[in-house]
Ligand binder design. Structure first.
Ligand code: CMP
Length: 139
């Protein structure tokens, strides 16, 4: 079925001017960028977005990293978009990411791993609503 997923191009990738190369991976694999904006997250936004990880040891560093530079938040649409994007991104830790995935090719570390993607359709809906009004998503 046609789905939508939330994607974030993280500060390590925007710093290295990789937005276009990463977007090409999505488009080459059949996902459409139906909403996109470049923003600087506030600490409060990053903490709320990653709220499920609040108790994890890496939470503070994760938030600090996510506000260390601009991010590009986007909505990707396509057949099985949630799972497809997870395949395109590769494993969270680039050391474990399959060849040809975004994280294998571009990520610097498990923290500076270049992209975020929703892990389920349910979370995708929540994450998309966190960043975008319906009127900003143009299919
Ligand atoms: P993301 O998909 O954005 O969701 C949570 C993020 O926490 C994850 O990608 C990683 O970039 C980040 N992170 C930082 N350290 C760790 C760690 N030790 N284990 C898992 N995720 C981590």
């Amino acid at each position: 079925a046609t789905e939508r997923t939330l994607s974030i191009i993280k500060p390590d990738a925007t710093r290295r001017n990789l937005t276009g190369k990463i977007n090409a991976r999505f488009e080459e694999n059949g996902l459409r960028i139906v909403a996109q904006k470049r923003v600087r997250l506030t600490k409060e936004q990053a903490e709320a977005f990653y709220g499920v990880h609040r108790e994890r040891s890496f939470f503070g560093e994760l938030v600090a990293f996510m506000i260390s530079g601009p991010v590009v938040v986007q909505v990707l649409e396509g057949e099985n978009a949630v799972l497809k994007n997870r395949d395109i991104m590769g494993a969270t830790n680039p050391a474990n990411a399959a060849a040809g995935t975004i994280r294998a090719d571009f990520a610097e570390s498990v923290e500076a791993n270049s992209v975020h993607g929703s892990d389920s359709a349910e979370n995708a809906a929540i994450e998309i609503a966190y960043f975008f009004a319906q009127s900003e998503i143009v299919a």
